[in-house]
Every structure is written in structure tokens, then in C-alpha cells.
Design a protein around this ligand. Structure first.
Ligand code: 1CP
Length: 344
């Protein structure tokens, strides 16, 4: 039987509103912090299937969420292409700087990610009944922003400049990322992922024609390549903070579109939900705050998107200072939401 959340991603309006939360596994959970302290570093967790499996399942032990998302990171892709990667406590990721695609080593790419696929298979084997497993990747533009800058928390000046001054060299890097991303998504699905999310977290760093070339085109190529291999596995696109015109241009064959909190749900109901499932979009700051305002806003999002296929989520990841009891209250609010009967 098709799981409820998978049905929703596939475009059906479900009886209840299914939900998961970006960064649902992570530093706001004391059990995550405990494992992290013992593991001695983020990458030690990501490449250890027993630990990564435990962390992936931690939020489902506490909360009645409808899906688990693989515990990993978007930067394992450049790492598996041979770039040095480190996650410094409190500083975010550091990566070798690359502006020349010939430095990327595609040979053995998937072999180096074998532990991640082992995690997927191990989680799948132990997944509670009715829950789905989400695999994911970062989109080429977002991943390339870390490769060109060598770190997170940057201002996109270097990548914008590089794309403008050396579009052919930049295109070659994007082309490698498109290719390996399709094979990595394929491997995650073969290992057991039931849906995949493509994170274009930095979509709003480009607009207009640049958005079309560096955001829309590579994502469209990934979705098309993936759909050839897995026509029935839902793809969720997440072009975070893209402007509404750009969001419309992002209609590239994804089954669902994830929305950040800056998009009005009423707008999405009218312009997106008629064609795709909509996923989103409570502000993580409201989850941090908790209480009546969070619950009212969550209900209003459910009401606005009640007319079609809908999966509840945040507009971005859970903030690390969030009290886990707020997550429990949010799950109760969303799952308690009564959808209206639609005229047949
Ligand atoms: O414990 C720690 O200190 C590490 C914090 C952390 C975690 C928990 C990082 C470092 N990555 C992750 C896990 C992670 N990353 C997941 C796991 C599944 C889940 O959602 O529960 C996922 C899907 C990601 C994806 C990811 N990594 C994105 C896309 C989503 C988003 O948040 O926009 C991005 C941009 C990254 C890069 C990254 N990894 C980690 C950090 C701190 C960052 C952001 C750096 C920056 O600000 O530029």
C-alpha cells in the first residue's frame, strides 16, 4: 500500500496532512548532541552507517513524523569528487576551492559514498510501519557555491563573478555535478530511498537569466535524468527563497515544490498546487518561539493549502536552540488538523 506522504508527493490530496521537518535530526535534540560528542566530529557520523542510521531515526522515536530524512550532508558530493572537507565546530564547512573541473575525480565517486548507501539500506530495514525514507542531494548551484568559496557563510561574490567572467569553466563544473548527482540519487533509491529532495538552498543568489541558466537548467537536467531511471519515485524540489516568478520557472517536472516561509501559502495554492504537491512552510523562528502563535500560523498554512496535495514542513531547517517540546506540539497541531470534505 502506498504510504500517505508518498501519495501526497505524488499529487493526491490525503485525508490527513502528512509532515516532516527539514533538519529534524540535529543539534536541537539532546540525543543527537550526545552521539556527536562521542563520535568526535560530523563526518565520523555521516560515514558510519550504524551512527548515521541511529541519528536518522532519532526524531521518529520522539515524534509522529511521517518520514525520515537520511542523515548526511550535501557536501559529501564534492568530498567524493576528491575535495578535502572538514566541518569545524561552530564555524561550518570548509572545502578545497575549485574553479577547474579537471580537478574533480569522477572515477570511484559512488564507491566513496558506499557508507551512505549502507545507511539508507539499514534505515529502510528498520523504518517504522507507514513511514517513508527521504534521500537528498544539494543542487549544483548551491553545492558549487561551497566549492568556489571554500566555505559556508559567504556572500556569493566569488561564484557570481566566476559565473559571469568564466561561464564555460563554471558550466563544466556544473555539468560534472549534474552527472554525479543523478548517479548518486539513483544509488540512494536503489538502496531504499522512497522519495528524494533536491536542496537549492541558495536559489535566491541569482535571478532572471542567470537563475534560468544556473538554477533551472541544472535542476531540470537532474530531474529528467532521474525520472528516466525512476519514473515513479517522487522528486521534491526546494528552491529556497526564490522569487515568485523564478518559482514558476522552477516547474521542471518535480512532483512537489518545497517553499520557504517568504512565499504566501495562498499564492502557492493558486499558482503551484494546481500542478504539483506543495510542501512547507512554517518559519523555523515560530517553531523556536512555540506556543499559540506557532499553532495558529501552522493551522492557517494547513487551511490555505487544504484544497490540494500538501505536505507540511518548515520553510527551512529546525533552529538548534529549538525546544523539542515545541516540535511535539507542532506535530499534534498538524496531525489534528481536520481537512474539509471536497465536493466530488
Ligand atoms: O552537528 C553539527 O555541527 C553539524 C550540523 C549539520 C547537520 C545536522 C550540518 C553541517 N549538516 C547537517 C545535516 C544535514 N545537512 C541534513 C540531514 C538531514 C536533516 O535534514 O535532518 C541535510 C538534509 C543537510 C543539507 C544541507 N547541508 C544543506 C541544504 C539544506 C539547508 O539547510 O539549506 C546545506 C546548505 C548544507 C551545508 C551545511 N552543512 C552543515 C552546515 C552548518 C551547513 C550550512 C553552512 C552555511 O551556512 O553555508
Amino acid at each position: 500500500m502506498e504510504k500517505e506522504i508518498v501519495k501526497a508527493w505524488n499529487g493526491k490530496r490525503t485525508d490527513k496532512v502528512p509532515m516532516w521537518l527539514m533538519r529534524q535530526a540535529g543539534r536541537y535534540l539532546p540525543e543527537y548532541r550526545e552521539v556527536r560528542a562521542k563520535a568526535g566530529g560530523f563526518l565520523n557520523m555521516v560515514y558510519n552507517p550504524a551512527i548515521a542510521k541511529e541519528i536518522t531515526l532519532q526524531p521518529l522515536k520522539r515524534f509522529d513524523l511521517d518520514a525520515a530524512i537520511l542523515f548526511s550532508d550535501i557536501l559529501v558530493v564534492p568530498h567524493a569528487l576528491g575535495l578535502k572537507l572538514a566541518f569545524m565546530e561552530g564555524e561550518g564547512p570548509k572545502l578545497d576551492v575549485v574553479t577547474d573541473a579537471t580537478r574533480l575525480n569522477e572515477n570511484g565517486f559512488l564507491d566513496r559514498l558506499a557508507p551512505v548507501m549502507d545507511t539508507v539500506a539499514a534505515v529502510k530495514a528498520d523504518l517504522p510501519k507507514g513511514k517513508a525514507l527521504i534521500g537528498f542531494v544539494g543542487s549544483p548551484w548551491t553545492v558549487a557555491s561551497y566549492m568556489v568559496h571554500g566555505e559556508g557563510g559567504h556572500d556569493f561574490a566569488l561564484i557570481r563573478n566566476f559565473a559571469k567572467l568564466e561561464p564555460d569553466a563554471f558550466q563544466r563544473i556544473i555539468d560534472v555535478l549534474v552527472r554525479v548527482t543523478i548517479s548518486y540519487l539513483d544509488a540512494q533509491v536503489r538502496a531504499g530511498a522512497e522519495a528524494v529532495q533536491v536542496f537549492e538552498s541558495w536559489a535566491s543568489a541569482v535571478t532572471g537569466d542567470d537563475f534560468k541558466r544556473w538554477v533551472v537548467a541544472p535542476n531540470a537536467a537532474i530531474v529528467a535524468g532521474f525520472k528516466k531511471l525512476h519514473p515513479h519515485v517522487p522528486v521534491i524540489g526546494f528552491p529556497r527563497t526564490a522569487k515568485t516568478d523564478d518559482l514558476l520557472a522552477f516547474d521542471i517536472g518535480c512532483n512537489a515544490i518545497g517553499l520557504s516561509q517568504d512565499v504566501a501559502p495562498e499564492w502557492a495554492a493558486k499558482h503551484l498546487q494546481t500542478r504539483v504537491c506543495v510542501q512547507g512552510n512554517l518559519a523555523p523562528e515560530l517553531l523556536l518561539e512555540g506556543g499559540a502563535k506557532m499553532e495558529e500560523t501552522a493551522k492557517n498554512i494547513c487551511l490555505s493549502l487544504d484544497g490540494g496535495p500538501f505536505v507540511f514542513n518548515l520553510g527551512h531547517g529546525v533552529i538548534k536552540e529549538t525546544d523539542p517540546s515545541h516540535v511535539a506540539a507542532l506535530v499534534e497541531t498538524v496531525h489534528g488538523f481536520k481537512r474539509r470534505a471536497l465536493a466530488a
